[in-house]
Write a protein that binds this ligand. Structure first.
Ligand code: SF4
Ligand code: SF4
Length: 265
């Protein structure tokens, strides 16, 4: 049984406490906690392009099949940007489509926000030096009992254990595209530009068909052997897709932030 949120102590409001990368916090999540799976309901789970890449591969689907089977797609009212989120079950609890009695059915490929919880990450970029800085906070929500433990780890240890670096690498690329958008095209993104953004970043298999065409990618000056690799290598394609969107829509390529391990191809 997935416990009800009313089974958990609920005194107090959620608190966000800033924490340094080398500071320790007590937390342990495992099937023995009384709130097991509770955070996988009342779903409001946005997906980044790299989340979609990992999930659709895990499920053996094309990006188009994954998007229509598991997601809801909307448009940010002020930005005009396409937004993709996991479609919750239609039951009262609005569970994630991947939660089971035994836990997450896609655990090794779960999205970045599931890996990062109960931490929250923000990045800022120095306008003069371009240097990117990470900021961390612990989100203490009343229903989460994972804090009732003696098990303590630093933020650095936790995120290494959760293998978030590769997710952050590609998510930061997207954030840099959003920065370019705010600079070059503030206000709602027009329809044509919205389609381009969605095609390249969320529907990667559809973009792959376009990326066979050297003329499409000419502004990126890729050597022919690199274009050929895009037909089989998802990570290479995702990176090119970010560069292409930046160049085509906003006249500039996004830059990597903190970096991190390369993804799985
Ligand atoms: S993907 Fe897994 S961890 Fe994330 S909400 Fe769904 S079931 Fe929970
Ligand atoms: S301990 Fe927190 S993160 Fe783990 S299942 Fe419970 S609510 Fe979710």
């Amino acid at each position: 049984m997935i416990p009800s949120k009313t089974d958990a102590p609920s005194a107090g409001e959620p608190r966000l406490e800033p924490i340094g990368i080398h500071q320790r916090f007590r937390f342990s999540c495992h099937p023995g906690v009384p709130c097991f799976n509770l955070c996988c309901r009342d779903l409001n789970q946005f997906l980044y392009p790299y989340d979609i890449l990992r999930l659709r591969r895990r499920l053996g689907l094309t990006s188009g099949e994954f998007l229509s089977a598991y997601t809801r797609q909307h448009v940010g009212p002020e930005t005009g940007l396409p937004v993709v989120s996991l479609r919750p079950a239609s039951s009262d609890h609005r569970e994630c489509p991947f939660v089971t009695e035994a836990g997450c059915a896609v655990y090794e490929d779960r999205p970045a926000s599931c890996r990062t919880y109960p931490l929250a990450r923000a990045v800022s970029r120095n306008r003069e030096t371009g240097r990117v800085t990470e900021h961390w906070a612990v989100l203490r929500e009343p229903h989460c009992r994972g804090f009732e433990t003696d098990n303590a780890q630093t933020v650095a240890e936790f995120i290494s254990d959760q293998e978030t670096a590769v997710y952050n690498r590609y998510n930061d690329l997207l954030l840099d595209i959003l920065r370019l958008k705010n600079q070059k095209m503030p206000g709602p993104l027009p329809l044509r530009e919205r389609h381009i953004f969605h095609l390249a970043l969320y529907d990667l298999d559809a973009f792959r068909q376009k990326a066979t065409d050297a003329a499409t990618l000419r502004d990126l000056h890729l050597p022919p052997e690199r274009i050929e690799r895009l037909q089989t290598e998802d990570i290479a394609l995702l990176e090119v897709a970010h560069r292409w969107v930046g160049r085509v829509l906003f006249g500039k390529e996004p830059v990597l932030g903190i970096g991190g391990a390369d993804g799985v191809d």
